[in-house]
Design a protein around this ligand. Structure first.
Ligand code: ZN
Length: 82
């Protein structure tokens, strides 16, 4: 069972977030299994997806790298390399 990538969130992923393409929209979400290969695919639960959409800052761990994301800033930023 794949979990949400938001730090300290233990819920199951229900969305794949693809902030870095191929869509030009940073708020691009698809269902698991139908994401675009070759682009970052960050698993999120429903609650964290909605928080990201509302511009609430989230800290996400993806492939060993920690990112801070705020939709109002419109981009994913690396804040710490693990
Ligand atoms: Zn979550």
């Amino acid at each position: 069972m794949a979990k949400c990538a938001v730090i300290f969130c233990e819920r199951e992923r229900t969305w794949i977030w693809q902030p870095a393409g191929p869509s030009e929209q940073t708020l691009c979400f698809v269902v698991p299994g139908s994401h675009y290969r070759g682009f970052a695919a960050i698993p999120l639960c429903e609650e964290c997806k909605q928080a990201v959409e509302r511009g609430i800052e989230k800290v996400i761990v993806y492939h060993g790298t920690t990112y801070r994301y705020c939709a109002q800033e419109g981009e994913v930023k690396t804040i710490l390399n693990a």
